[in-house]
Design a protein around this ligand. Structure first.
Ligand code: GDP
Length: 312
């Protein structure tokens, strides 16, 4: 087993309007990843039309922040319901979650569904109590409410030591101490590095990658998104694509272009190792839930649906 200390993969869970987009904007902005000509006001995670229409997050979107030579991949999660196991697949890419909770409203039902799945996977939870600048904010009570919720969802008490960060995403600051205001998001980055474990796996083994999301781009066609579970993927590499629904269905494929995430963009890379969240093009018949493997060692990524898909 190897560890990628230069990476953190984390999913963000939040009730609508609790400030997920604003928080990611602030983390991006302060990581200095934006050049002057890049527009941040184009909301980070709301780029999908359908999503905008319904005011909820449907497709998972990835963002990557660089902090102290570490790439923090932030993966969005569907907010309110599970579209055929998507939540589990998204959570399978990460080693922890950030739970964003409004400092006035406290935890809301929409966050419970995804949080429950994260706890079922034993993922560490970093709680971000956001909007502490609101005059009516009651962060201390909200901490208790979140702890109660964690206990309700997992009665083992192991989540009662979960770390808390108090933030004003809109003000661009976060503090590990509820009574201390800060000037930057530094405490938040540090908490991510400290409390979200680095991805672990076999760097040298045969390639294995679970396709978590599908995207489309008019220039390169279908794009598969996922985390490299094992080994190293490379441009032009010959791989076997194992169909998720029909395990007799498989085909030889070749990666066309390979991308990692940087800020809000995908950047082309020649190879990506275990632990990296990547996007790849050149495979037209790629579907959510499929596994890409070494042709010599064809093992599908174990993927168990934790509970039946439900629409809240
Ligand atoms: P999302 O739906 O979770 O992505 O929430 P948004 O980031 O879109 O924020 C919802 C609303 O809350 C917007 O009007 C934000 O300006 C506001 N908001 C976000 N963060 C803060 C904060 O730290 N303090 C205050 N007062 N408002 C915030």
């Amino acid at each position: 087993m190897n560890k990628r200390n230069d990476i953190r993969n984390v999913a963000i869970i939040a009730h609508v309007d609790h400030g997920k987009t604003t928080l990611v904007d602030a983390l991006l902005r302060q990581s200095g990843i934006f050049r002057e000509n890049q527009q941040v006001q184009e909301r980070v995670m709301d780029s999908n039309d359908l999503e905008r229409e319904r005011g909820i997050t449907i497709l998972s979107k990835n963002t990557a922040i660089e902090y102290k030579d570490t790439k923090i991949n932030i993966v969005d999660t569907p907010g309110h319901a599970d579209f055929g196991g998507e939540v589990e697949r998204v959570l399978k890419m990460v080693n922890g979650v950030i739970l964003v909770v409004d400092a006035f409203e406290g935890p809301m039902p929409q966050t419970k569904f995804v949080l429950k799945k994260a706890l079922e996977l034993s993922l560490p939870v970093l709680v971000c109590v956001n909007k502490v600048d609101r005059p009516e904010a009651r962060p201390v009570e909200v901490v208790d409410e979140v702890l109660e919720l964690l206990l309700e969802l997992d009665d083992s008490e192991r989540y009662l030591d979960s770390p808390f960060i108090f933030a004003s995403a809109i003000g661009g600051w976060a503090s590990s101490d509820v009574s201390v205001k800060k000037d930057t998001m530094e405490d938040m980055y540090e908490a991510i590095l400290e409390h979200i474990p680095a991805p672990e796996g076999d760097l040298d083994g045969p390639v294995q990658l679970l396709v978590t999301t599908i995207d489309y781009n008019e220039y390169v066609g279908r794009i598969g998104v996922g985390k490299v579970e094992r080994g190293t993927v490379r441009v032009n590499q010959d791989l076997m694509l194992l169909n998720f629904l029909d395990d007799t269905k498989k085909q030889k494929v070749r990666i066309g272009k390979l991308y990692e995430y940087s800020g809000l963009q995908r950047v082309e890379v020649q190879e990506a190792k275990m632990g990296s969240i990547i996007a790849l093009s050149g495979i037209e018949d790629i579907h959510i839930g499929d596994t890409l493997t070494d042709p010599e060692v064809q093992e599908a990524v174990e993927f168990v649906t934790i509970s039946e898909p439900t629409i809240a």
